[in-house]
Design a protein around this ligand. Structure first.
Ligand code: B3K
Ligand code: ZN
Length: 905
């Protein structure tokens, strides 16, 4: 955010209000003209409105300043004074974007009083009401909806907050830091005053008032300080907080052990609310969470749900250092805190469970969502150069690709130097608001490496394509690998310079992995584990030659997915089968299984195009390889499950210029059914060897065993025998945990077999009756139906919107029904209804238009599938485009949706 720009914008706000939203550029960044050293807030919450009094201590930093613009939106100004003197009308100006003070003194205290309306705030940004709880969401620019302020992350202030509310309905009053005072007032009202000893930007401010119950615990830090831990929820949810609490404690010790980072306040609080635009928010000392990322117990929460709670609790906790103690100078630097923190939470989850499984999950997410973003109209570098609405930049690119970039740095430096570099970064910048430059500089200073070229990862969008060829020269026993990199044009730049790409490799010989010696390397240079090497690419084309290679090997390339690139190498299917079985790199074993499946899927897609999928024969090599997996007792069960799972429709679509929705869907389904038939005995054996009577446990081995059993069940239920159906129904009825119950439910509902009859319908109805009191379980039930690939899903989705369980104002419900249908049910979204093939697109546009007026951030996010219109056949693409145009033409469109739509057209 840039002050000079916002001043210009706001200087003409009367005209601006109806004009198209405008673009803000990183190159225009100017430091703020004033600091706000201290912020005293008094928030008096009433039934209909809240009154916010602010006293802000300003100190000029710039040489001079004729007018000072403070952000403020949807505020009713009651009074404004400087140093206790009410301002005359010509000393200030108010418009829809903020308050301008004319000729402010060098240092002064500003006193303002405003009225706001939390109950009417449907944007869930600023101070709002979620069911009976008042809460805030200030990142990125929500604080300006609470009071007038320099609402930008490089303005860090000392906050003291007094909250006043009715004691009966709001017994709990929370804000950041430590509670320093509390007491009763007249008329049954009470107050609490909180002081946060750490200066912070306004986006980390938080306030909560409501009737909450809590569980308490404590943590002793490595230096022996006692920290009180408290998780606040509605009392009905008290039995679902233990997992979040143990995840929090695990995160606190992990951050001490791995990064040497200790928690700094005496209390750490988490509050769960039902209405939340994102997963959670890292407000200093007072994290506010979506209930979906806190509450967990085996009966109501799947294994994936448990893991998500653990990961999000950790992520928000880790922000205390990567984000709060060291924060962002401006919002272009968002990945400074988000990329780094995702990297940190990903390593934490890897350490808590299986690191290979976690890597596969992260890479799958990146490929299914970030790669398409990077190839579409919203492509942006992890440090964007411009934006219209920052809320649109909380993207998979900033988060997940940002994490990949930090991972590459960590791997280039190695664990010891990376730790030294993060220590240096935290120490050097503690209490500061900095840029990604400073982060990389700490890495460069510690390692002595020149990271100039590496920094292109921060400025160039697009996924690099890495083409690899090899050559073996038997007489000289030399093996060479040639890499050529290129990056497709993206909206911000068409001429990409080569990236610095670390490529981890190994070479498989017939009897095992080969010792590696690069041409020119001395024997003394060789690392201890000499079967693994990281090649650093810096040129558009580069060849690496290995000496003393006894045979033509199968290269294992990009081990552990060492860089976020699309790699291609002409593997034979036999090579892939070898890698699947023998690669010492677990990730690449999985990768080989995916590539083998992609090859077979490509055969099937071709057959579909030619109209004879019925005659299609699946390559027996894939079936044999899967059979070996199922018979391999040594392999981690979770890995077997992952390797047996076909590439997602999104990832298959990524392989083609034009997405042929029906071809991909039918090819994938046919292959799945063939696997179910051909490997029937092995799959059934896998199912039978699982002991359903064991008590539920959430450790990695138990999760792995359940995941394999349920993968086998899903396959078997595609072409089930009567016995399979009975097994599935029994699992559904008797499961002691939601993972098994959900797996059985979806297998019954999605099965197209006539034998299954009404079992699916009955199970769905029974499930709702059983769980209607548990909102998060009902969300899973809604989502399962919205994702149902069988024909006419849109009709069922429209019915769901009328169901009493649906709530058009709740983001979790919107995601579970509208989001799930449009993003996770491609066959129905893109084919619509039998007599109206664009019905899915029109449905989405209708929903976006209706939602945009209430919650623009959510509306803008939902538009994503339509933005990909260029990837589809021209008829389909034009139909999608027409709906984008409809959204664009709708009256009063928000800046959020305007940005997405206008960039996509
Ligand atoms: N930092 C928050 C995201 C806030 C998004 C605001 N639109 C959550 C997180 O990444 O931890
Ligand atoms: Zn974050």
């Amino acid at each position: 955010m840039n002050d000079s720009v916002s001043t210009q914008k706001d200087a003409g706000a009367a005209e601006q209000a109806s004009a198209a939203p405008h673009t803000i550029y990183l190159k225009d960044y100017q430091p703020p003209a004033y600091r706000i050293d201290a912020t005293e807030l008094r928030v008096d919450i009433g039934e209909q409105s809240a009154r916010v009094s602010a006293s802000l201590t300003f100190e000029r930093q710039a040489k001079n300043c004729d007018s000072l613009f403070l952000h403020g939106e949807s505020l009713e100004l009651i009074s404004v004074a400087i140093n206790d003197r009410t301002l005359a009308a010509d000393q200030y100006k108010v418009d829809t974007k903020g308050l301008t003070l004319f000729n402010p003194p060098e240092s002064f205290t500003l006193q303002t009083e405003v009225v706001i309306y939390p109950k009417q705030n449907t944007s869930l940004d600023g101070l709002y009401k979620s069911r009976s709880i008042y809460c805030t969401q200030c990142e990125a620019e929500g604080f300006r909806k609470i009071t007038y302020f320099l609402d930008r992350p490089d303005v860090m202030s000392d906050f003291t907050t007094t909250i006043i509310a009715d004691r009966a309905s709001c017994p709990i009053l929370l804000s950041n830091g430590n509670r320093i005072d509390s007491g009763m007032l007249e008329d049954g009202r009470h107050f609490a005053t909180w002081h946060d000893p750490f200066k912070k930007p306004a986006y980390l401010f938080a306030l909560v008032a409501g009737d909450l119950a809590s569980i308490k615990d404590e943590f002793i830090t490595q230096s022996g300080r006692k920290v009180a831990l408290e998780i606040f929820v509605e009392s009905k949810d008290l039995d679902k907080c233990d997992h979040a609490m143990s995840s929090l404690k695990n995160s606190m010790s992990w951050d001490e052990k791995i990064y040497g980072r200790e928690y700094d306040l005496d209390i750490f609080m988490i509050v769960a609310v039902d209405d939340f635009n994102m997963g959670a928010m890292e407000n200093k000392g007072l994290n506010i969470f979506n209930t979906s990322c806190v509450l967990a117990k085996p009966e109501t929460t799947t294994d994936i749900g448990f893991q998500r709670v653990e990961a999000v609790v950790a992520h928000e906790y880790f922000h205390n250092w990567s984000g709060n103690r060291v924060t962002c100078r401006d919002w272009f630097q968002l990945s400074l805190k988000e990329g780094f923190t995702v990297y940190r939470d990903s390593c934490f989850s890897a350490d808590m469970g299986s690191s290979t499984v976690k890597r596969v999950e992260d890479v799958s997410l990146l490929r299914a969502h970030q790669f398409p973003e990077d190839a579409g109209p919203m492509a942006h570098p992890i440090r964007p150069a411009s934006f219209i609405e920052i809320s649109n930049f909380y993207t998979v690119t900033i988060y997940e690709k940002g994490a990949e970039v930090v991972r590459m740095l960590a791997n280039l430096l190695g664990p010891i130097e990376f730790r030294k570099a993060t220590d240096l970064y935290f120490d050097r910048h503690d209490g500061q608001a900095v840029t990604t430059e400073e982060f990389v500089q700490a890495m460069a200073d510690v390692s002595g490496r020149d990271l100039t070229q590496f920094k292109r990862w921060y400025d160039q969008a697009g996924t690099p394509q890495l083409k690899v060829t090899d050559h073996y020269h038997e007489p000289s026993r030399q093996y060479s690998l040639t890499f050529s990199q290129s990056t497709p044009a993206t909206p911000e730049c068409s001429d990409k310079k080569p990236f610095h790409i670390p490529v981890a490799i190994g070479l498989l010989g017939s009897a095992g992995e080969l010792a590696l010696k690069l041409d020119g390397e001395e024997l003394t240079d060789l690392p201890e584990d000499n079967t693994h090497r990281v090649l650093e690419l810096t040129q558009a084309e580069q060849t690496f030659v290995f000496n003393d290679i006894p045979e033509h090997p199968v290269p294992s390339l990009l081990r552990g997915f060492s860089a976020p690139v699309k790699l291609s190498f002409a593997y034979s299917r036999q090579d892939l089968a070898e890698l699947m079985q023998r690669d010492s790199d677990g990730f690449n074993r999985w990768e080989a299984s995916q590539n083998l499946a992609l090859g077979v899927l490509d055969d099937a897609i071709l057959a579909y195009r030619q109209g004879d999928l019925t005659e299609f024969k699946v390559d027996p090599l894939l079936l044999d390889s899967y059979r070996k997996l199922l018979n391999d007792d040594q392999l981690d069960r979770a890995m077997v499950a992952l390797m047996l799972t076909l590439p997602s429709q999104d990832y298959i679509a990524e392989q083609y210029q034009v997405v042929e929705v029906e071809a991909i869907y039918n090819a994938r389904r046919l292959l799945a059914k063939t696997i179910a038939k051909e490997l029937n005995a092995e799959l059934r054996k896998c199912l039978m060897s699982y002991d359903n009577s064991q008590p539920y446990r959430a450790d990695a081995d138990s999760i792995a065993a359940r995941s394999l059993k349920n993968t086998a069940l899903a396959y078997l239920m595609l072409e089930p025998s009567q016995a399979d159906i009975e097994y599935c129904v029994a699992q559904f009825n008797n499961a002691n945990n939601m993972t098994d119950e959900m797996a059985a439910l979806s297998a019954l509902v999605y099965s197209e077999s006539a034998l299954v009859g009404d079992h699916g319908k009955t199970a769905l109805a029974n499930f709702y009756v059983k769980w209607q009191g548990e909102a998060l379980v009902v969300n899973q039930w809604l989502s399962l139906q919205a994702r149902d690939p069988r024909p006419n899903a849109l009709l069922r989705v429209e019915d769901l919107l009328q169901h009493p369980a649906f709530d058009a104002a709740n983001p979790n419900k919107i995601r579970s029904v509208i989001g799930a249908f449009c993003m996770a049910n491609p066959i129905n979204f893109h084919t619509g209804l039998p007599d109206d093939s664009s019905a899915g697109y029109r449905f989405l546009a209708d929903q976006v238009i209706a939602l945009d007026a209430k919650n623009p951030q959510m509306a803008a996010r939902l538009i994503t599938p339509l933005t990909r219109w260029r990837r589809y056949s021209s008829k389909r693409g034009q139909a999608m485009r027409a709906q984008l145009e409809r959204i664009q033409a709708s009256a009063g469109l928000s800046g959020d949706s305007y940005e997405i739509v206008s960039k996509s057209l």
